[in-house]
Design a protein around this ligand. Structure first.
Ligand code: C5P
Length: 302
């Protein structure tokens, strides 16, 4: 039995997409996107323990609302794959034991598996003293999933390409002064396959560069009404048609008093903006008990 000393504890924040423009199909089969991604306070916990002899291990626990049967080998292995690939890429001889406690709904468009992978990437950079830049870590993560570069970078960002081009939404001195926005996130419990949604997507191309500038300004002014009016997701109608449960969850948030409601990523989670934490609690009380939901705030800086 090897003794493992807890070394690094990280929060793997979920994310929501406040805008998501699908700009067109790429020759590699992916789609070019432009999206404003913001981390939220809902987070998995990731702990990394140093392990001897290059060994890599993983243990996963979940909150009761997580459908653990959805933790297929792929989802579990993403964190392990990250560690193996980092060992190879940076010629590391040390090992790691990864412990993940999951709170983010799986397959929910809130980046759960990618958030864990991003936390492992940032954590191993410290645990193994790799001293790699965020740009290098983000580019490493891009090969493993489209959401990973944004979550490795952290904070509110704009992504372009298939997710590999990441720009902070705010300059550092502005970001630290930005007020959080309160949201109610909800997940109807159905799975939306990102690949299938992109394959079904037939909407007109959106190309509205002013959308990013507008939402940046509205967030900076903490103008929730204006942020609500600027929310956009080019995959929403495709997901609502393919998964009526998702459309229903969005309608429930709207009817409960959220001034702006949107699909996150390719679903199945939706979120509604609220004016304050107290307003979020009020909305929460109006939602049916069977609909998983949480009152959360954005984290413009993590
Ligand atoms: O990169 P990720 O594993 O999240 O993507 C899952 C699938 O979603 C891809 O295999 C692709 O079919 C589709 N996708 C896409 N364009 C993107 C991101 C994902 O077509 N920008």
């Amino acid at each position: 039995m090897t003794s493992c000393i807890p070394e690094i504890e990280l929060k793997a924040h979920a994310k929501v997409n406040l805008t998501l423009e699908v700009l067109g199909r790429r020759p590699d089969g992916y789609h070019n996107l432009r999206s404003v991604i913001v981390p939220i306070s809902l987070a998995d916990s990731v702990t990394l323990h140093r392990a001897p002899g290059g060994e890599i291990g993983l243990a996963v626990s979940t909150e009761s609302w997580i459908k653990a049967e959805r933790l297929g080998p792929g989802a579990l292995n993403l964190a392990v794959r990250v560690a193996c690939l980092m060992q190879q890429r940076y010629s590391v001889r040390q090992g790691v034991f990864i412990r993940i406690h999951k709170r983010i709904p799986i397959g929910g468009g809130m980046g759960g598996g990618s958030a864990d992978a991003a936390a492992v990437i940032r954590g191993l950079n410290k645990l193994w003293n790799l001293n790699q830049s965020l740009a290098e870590l983000s580019s490493f993560g891009a090969d493993l999933g489209s959401d990973i570069p944004a979550l490795v970078t952290g904070g509110a960002v704009v992504i372009e390409g298939r997710g590999e081009c990441v720009t902070p939404l705010f300059a550092p001195e502005v970001a630290s002064a930005v007020e959080p926005i309160w949201l109610v996130v909800a997940n109807p419990g159905v799975m939306c396959s990102t690949a299938q949604i992109f394959a079904k997507w037939r909407a007109d191309l959106t190309n509205a560069p002013e959308m990013v500038n507008n939402i940046r300004l509205h967030i900076q002014r903490a103008d929730v009404r204006a942020v609500a009016d600027t929310l956009y997701n080019g995959l929403e109608q495709t997901v609502f048609s393919a998964c009526p449960e998702v459309a229903k969850a969005a309608a429930l948030l709207r009817n409960a008093g959220c001034p702006g409601v949107l699909l996150s990523g390719s679903g199945a989670s939706v979120f509604g903006l609220v004016r304050s934490e107290a307003h979020g609690e009020m909305v929460s009380r109006k939602l049916p008990a069977g609909l998983w939901h949480r009152v959360v705030r954005t984290c413009p800086v993590v």
